[in-house]
Design a protein around this ligand. Sequence first.
Ligand code: ZN
Length: 414
Amino acid sequence: MKKTFLLFLLGFIAFSLIGCTAAIPTKNNSVTPQTQTSLQETATDSPSSSHSVVSEPVESQPTVSQTLPPSATTSQPPVSSKPSTPASKPPEKPKPIPDTNLTDIVQYTKRPSYQSVQSEIAALAQAYPELIQTESIGSSVQGRDISLVKLGKGETKACIIGGIHARETITVSYTMRCIEEFCIAYTQNDSIGSFDVKTLLDTYTLYMVPLSNPDGLEIVTGRDTPAVTVTYRKKQYSHEYTTISDYKGNANGVNLNKNFPLLWEKINNKVNTPDAENYKGPGAASEPETQALMQLCENNQFVFMTSIHVKGDCLYWSDTLNPNVGVSQTIANRLEREYGFYKCKTSDDVNGFGGGFENWFRETYKRPGFCLELMPLTETVDPLSDVNHTYFSNTVRWNKSKAVLSLIMTYCKP
Ligand SMILES: [Zn+2]
């Protein structure tokens, strides 16, 4: 009798334990993953909470690097290590969460093309005639317009550009979505993050160039080819060779962010011919896209500029020529502390920062110039598929990155 009771007791304890263990993943799964944060919700979305781990299930994003052989991924320095999971609880991989395109005009869940950007800019200007004016600031090597969106009603001007590196297609979508979200928030008297958009755009006019390298976008997405023979060479961190999906340049195989007249002569990266990634060009400011952006800056007194890029989840704000222009460091500190964008150390390698747009801007105007890198180093953008755009909010950490421009605007008043 005692033995039977003992067996029953053991069975009961075992059953309870299994029940508890089984309940754990269910509890984890009850965490609601981020889908989209509507602008209405952002009124309570304080900057300090905007990069909460719970609200941004970054692991759920399928990255290209996951489909590549290990040799393709080991070259990337890790950004951070994840806490190890106990062996008894194999992690359940959350299902990827495709974005629902919430804006009416900008189709940010698909890769952009030159035509789609041109059409969406025209549609935005038609939908928000009181807020938006558009013009062309020049032509690319292959004759495409470099379109400017002037957004806002204020007298203070700032310059925002996307897509200077061809393969970083998501930066074009990010810049375009920012434009439309600003318009929506303004007309609805709403905020982005904790920033009141009406106040910002009554103070500012943002000069936004979502696609500053239009030929590069068409080349990297297979709609066009370079105007010159381009070298594909070994990658810096592996034995693989670059391919068309690594293409950063314009149609002349020039990396535009190495072409600005800032210590250009001192860049010595051993790339002396048109290249998929790193050619500085035949001369400083040799490229029409570079010239158009310089002229834009020269015609306007921008209080800051920001160039949107992809790799690093960080903010470049300082170089040895101009280690702390104006409020640059204050902004970098706040973005790191509250938004999780790593504050890059002062750039001291001329091969890295020579010829850069933001570096040229800092030196020329002694005003803040930023390079915002939207994604962690460990993730890869695939310009040959829509995958990064399908998961747009995860890819660019929209929950935190959407408020970056607004934050910079609040600090950079003239
Ligand atoms: Zn870039």
